[in-house]
Write a protein that binds this ligand. Structure first.
Ligand code: HEM
Ligand code: HEM
Length: 180
């Protein structure tokens, strides 16, 4: 069986983009509700009941997105790395993913408030920048593909010089040689 190609299939891309969108959106909604939305409760302003739901949605989107992340490693990442294509933005994108995974882990499992605060800040600052890194990576990837296609086209061009021009150039060449 052939190893998966560098270029991801339509459904594969759709899965990654849609899960990535739910992930970012649920994070943003949580931030907005946490910092800006309060309702009037029995004892004064209190949390909106939707706030914990955004984090529940975020948790499931993170799990689904991690499946997508794992799915690109053996084909897309390994082959693109081997072919030295789009390595710089690929590595940065990979590092962004690792930062999100590690900080998400600390947010979930670490009790210390000081560590949690730092991790929370790192997590959502990098998380909010994820769409930017995605667009950059995909755009650079396309540029690399165009370069590859142009290279292939150039190596397929057969240089054909008409016979009479070839003869002409030989005569000119000999004449030039005789003069010198
Ligand atoms: C694969 C990528 C990601 C993973 C594995 C991940 C995982 C997690 C986990 C485990 C939590 C803790 C949930 C809890 O305390 O119940 C969390 C919280 C959070 N995530 Fe993500 N996340 C990812 C990407 C993102 C992105 C792209 C954003 C974009 C805005 C984001 C924004 C947030 C926010 C705002 C919180 C709440 C922070 C807090 O409690 O102070 N995450 N994430
Ligand atoms: C070192 C790591 C990586 C390298 C070297 C790399 C390389 C590439 C290349 C060469 C392309 C252009 C493919 C083409 O059109 O021919 C591309 C596009 C893309 N990459 Fe990566 N990539 C890496 C990591 C990742 C990761 C971790 C993800 C997702 C979690 C990802 C998702 C995508 C997507 C969605 C596209 C656009 C769809 C496509 O063109 O197939 N990449 N990448």
């Amino acid at each position: 069986m052939n190893a998966p190609a560098i270029r991801l299939g339509r459904w594969h891309q759709a899965y990654l983009y849609s899960m990535g969108m739910v992930l970012v959106l649920s994070g943003i909604l949580w931030l907005v509700f946490h910092y800006f939305v309060r309702i009037e409760g029995e004892f004064g302003p209190t949390l909106h009941p939707l706030e914990p739901w955004w984090l529940r949605m975020h948790g499931i989107a993170a799990a689904a997105f991690l499946i997508g992340f794992g799915s690109v490693l053996p084909g897309h990442v390994r082959r693109a790395w081997g072919a030295a294509r789009n390595r710089m933005t690929g590595t940065i994108f990979f590092a962004v993913m690792v930062t999100l995974i590690l900080s998400g882990y600390f947010l979930y499992y670490v009790g210390s408030d000081a560590v949690r605060d730092v991790m929370a800040l790192a997590h959502w600052v990098v998380g909010l920048a994820l769409p930017f890194f995605t667009v950059w990576h995909v755009w650079r990837g396309r540029v690399w593909r165009q370069l590859k296609l142009a290279e292939q086209r150039a190596s397929n061009v057969v240089v054909s010089v008409p016979e009479n021009q070839l003869a002409d150039s030989r005569i000119r060449h000999r004449a030039g040689g005789a003069r010198s």
